[in-house]
Design a protein around this ligand. Structure first.
Ligand SMILES: Nc1ncnc2c1ncn2[C@@H]1O[C@H](COP(=O)(O)OP(=O)(O)O)[C@@H](O)[C@H]1O
Ligand SMILES: [Mg+2]
Length: 256
């Protein structure tokens, strides 16, 4: 007897469509994002979006599965980000992004590209950051930092078992970053993931070139925030970094 599936048992068209379409979420999954995700899907970078790792003011980060079954992290910036005015100060004057379209969407696209370029520069310089994979519109795909499919925790959550060692590792990366021509600008225990290979610096969208008028101010702030966090550990013994006052003067404020 020929195998004939009854009409009733066949999946309804809507069911199939539901399964194949991306979940919808206010402010993130608009038309642009869907087109960008489709592009990633076409390239085998994203087969499925698995779950949301973090929901932020500016972006959501998802774990996704690639065509080959491995994982990637997908950061999707909100097109209607409440902080896009604040974002402007980190991108204005950056020679890499001189032709930004004057609307918020143009700024978010440029920002996404900026995070990708920053990660590329830093990864090439040997800084422990996620390896960037691709960007399109408001979406960035990068190396998933995790184990057994679960993302690594942030420093703020798990703390440090060896504060002197972890501080030194991060300081060495900040130094490498600066040698590569960038200042992170939002370095804190919230933007460091504690991995098997040591602390990784994430969230590099706001990182500015050394030529940025406020680069030094951001650099000093990053170092101070980092030191302040580690100084709460009783066995932490690294000296407080001396703030650098102007370009050229006291070039490396490290006094350890
Ligand atoms: N490459 C990654 N791999 C695994 N988890 C990540 C990755 N990038 C970000 N995350 C997770 O998503 C959270 C938000 O990412 P982040 O880049 O800091 O965005 P936000 O701008 O919202 O702070 C992080 O705190 C971290 O838990
Ligand atoms: Mg962050």
């Amino acid at each position: 007897m020929a195998l004939r599936q009854s009409k009733k048992k066949r999946p309804r068209r809507e069911d199939k469509q539901d399964k194949e379409s991306w979940p919808l979420e206010e402010g993130v999954f608009d038309r642009n994002s869907l087109i960008a995700l489709d592009r990633f899907r076409g390239k085998g970078i994203v087969r499925t979006l698995d779950y949301c790792i973090a929901e932020g003011k500016e972006a959501n980060v998802y774990r996704a599965t690639k065509e080959d079954g491995s994982f990637v992290a997908v950061k999707m910036y909100r097109l209607r980000s409440p902080s896009f005015v604040h974002m402007g100060q980190y991108i204005e004057g950056d020679r890499r992004f001189s032709k930004i379209k004057g609307n918020s969407q143009g700024l978010i696209f440029a920002w996404t590209q900026k995070e990708y370029r920053n990660l590329e520069l830093l990864h090439d310089a040997g800084v422990r950051v996620p390896d960037p994979i691709a960007f399109k519109a408001n979406i960035l795909a990068m190396e998933f930092l995790g184990v057994d499919g679960l993302p690594y925790s942030r420093l703020v959550e798990v703390g440090s078992e060896d504060p002197n060692r972890d501080y030194d590792l991060i300081r060495a990366d900040v130094k490498k970053m600066r040698e590569a021509g960038l200042v992170h600008g939002d370095l804190s225990e919230f933007n460091i993931l504690m991995t098997d290979k040591g602390p990784y610096i994430i969230d590099c969208g706001q990182a500015v070139l050394l030529t940025h008028p406020r680069a030094l101010e951001f650099y000093n702030r990053d170092l101070r925030t980092l030191w302040k966090y580690f100084s709460k550990y009783p066995d932490f013994d690294r000296p407080e970094p001396v703030a650098e006052e102007s370009e050229g003067k006291n070039k490396e404020p490290e006094n350890k």
